[in-house]
Design a protein around this ligand. Structure first.
Ligand code: AMP
Length: 424
């Protein structure tokens, strides 16, 4: 495993001039650590496993070498057989990420002047347009697993000539229940290919996948959160006062582009209502909103037209919102890994961001687990005017935790709200 080193410049990584010119236009001054460490190996054809979050620059890490390899292959074999084939396949867990990755690839390919075709396919929208886009095949296909299988079964695309496979956010793909779809897809791929796997975490399922799939890979484990570009803070609040504290903080700091996480779709609406009563206009982003509405909200948020966006965890992954200054955990995420995904939305590529968690006494134990797993220990702060009433916590601690055994069927009191689930 390698850790962060001083990045070289892009030219030293072996990238060709059409890509370098584009990176200059995009004002990428130097490679991020993952780019510096991985790009030369990927260009050399090695398999790769990288522990990397959104914000690490992982998209360019696979996109730049992939584009270069395709460009060079086209130059040496100009008369490639036409057909519904794809050469570089990028699998991603969500629609938003599919679009975002495809847009990044197209942007990096600007100076290939249309010679490299990239298509994104994902569920939730009409399949016909995607079938049309796939006519004659594509050089790069960015796809969510479910929709890709549909397109394969209707013969819109074939995987037999894939030369590079990228699994982006592999942990998320598996945790969202795409295991069967992935196995079906992997079975359709040729054995002889380059495989690049990116994952924020490495649970057992991902480890098994890497063992099955990768051949003598280069392994990179990078710091998931760069402490120099992200400040994590925790505010202790009284139960029932989170909304008041949040509204106070938003007004006090005049935050623009604050992303607030809650755990359920209806909590988005509730919180937005409560904030609006306090004079703060917030938009919501969750799986019950149609694709069109989600795209519009996201565009407005990116453009800075919306100051406060309340979202479920679907927004924690893959949304390319640059320079996001503030991410707030209004509800704590269920898992320590989700905490990292959420706060990874902030402090990206050189910008300093703030990741703030509001915890009441009921959240306190869970937050300790999050800290322990993520190997951080944060000071509990209080907000002036909203000081914590310690007696609340003491009273709660004095309450019996569970019914004694044998007093009848145990009821699950705090049944978790359904996970926001609209992945395709
Ligand atoms: P990613 O981790 O791929 O989602 O990238 C996060 C953001 O960082 C995207 O907005 C990229 O455009 C940007 N980015 C990626 N690499 C660099 C770089 N070397 N310099 C500046 N920005 C970058």
């Amino acid at each position: 495993m390698t850790t962060t080193t001083t990045p070289a410049n892009f030219a030293e990584l072996g990238l060709i001039s059409p890509l370098l010119a584009r990176l200059t236009e995009l004002e990428y001054q130097q490679p991020t650590p993952i780019q510096a460490q991985a790009i030369p190996s990927v260009l050399a054809g090695r398999d790769l496993i990288a522990g990397a979050n959104t914000g690490s620059g992982k998209t360019a890490t696979f996109a730049l070498p992939l584009l270069q390899q395709l460009h060079q292959a086209k130059a040496s074999e100009p008369k490639n057989a036409k057909g519904n084939y794809v050469t570089g396949l990028v699998l991603v867990p969500t629609r938003e990420l599919a679009k975002q990755v495809a847009d990044s690839i197209k942007s990096y390919a600007t100076h290939f002047n249309g010679a490299i075709k990239t298509v994104a396919v994902f569920g939730g929208v009409s399949v016909n347009t995607q079938m049309l886009a796939l006519r004659g095949g594509t050089d790069i296909l960015v796809a969510t697993p479910g929709r890709l299988l549909d397109l394969i079964s209707s013969n819109a695309i074939k995987l037999d000539r894939v030369k590079t496979l990228v699994l982006d956010e592999a942990d998320r793909m598996l945790s969202l229940g795409f295991t069967e779809e992935l196995s079906a897809l992997l079975a359709l791929l040729p054995n002889n290919k380059q495989t690049l796997l990116f994952s924020a975490t490495f649970p057992e399922q991902v480890k098994m996948l890497t063992q099955a799939l990768l051949n003598d890979p280069v392994e990179l484990q990078l710091q998931s959160v760069d402490a120099s570009t992200l400040v994590q803070r925790v505010f202790s609040v009284n139960k029932g006062e989170k909304t008041a504290v949040l509204a106070h903080l938003i007004k006090q700091h005049q935050w623009r582009q604050a992303l607030i996480f809650v755990n359920a779709k209806n909590s988005c609406e509730h919180l937005a209502d409560k904030l609006s009563k306090r004079g703060i206009i917030a938009e919501v982003f969750h799986g019950d909103r149609g694709q069109g509405a989600r795209t519009r909200v996201l565009e407005a948020f990116k453009a800075g037209e919306i100051d406060v966006l309340i979202a479920t965890d679907i927004a924690a992954r893959g949304l390319d919102i640059e320079k996001l200054p503030v991410v707030i955990n209004f509800d704590l995420p269920r898992s320590p890994a989700d905490y990292m995904h959420r706060i990874g939305r902030s402090g990206r590529a050189g910008e300093v961001g703030l990741a703030l968690s509001l915890i009441d006494y009921e959240d306190s134990h869970h937050f300790k687990v999050i800290e322990k797993k993520n190997k951080v220990r944060l000071e509990r702060e209080q907000v002036e005017g909203f000081e914590v009433d310690e007696s609340q916590a003491l009273l709660a601690a004095a309450k019996p935790m569970a019914k004694p055994e044998g007093t009848g069927k145990k009821k699950r009191k705090n049944k978790p709200a359904p996970v926001d689930d609209f992945w395709s």
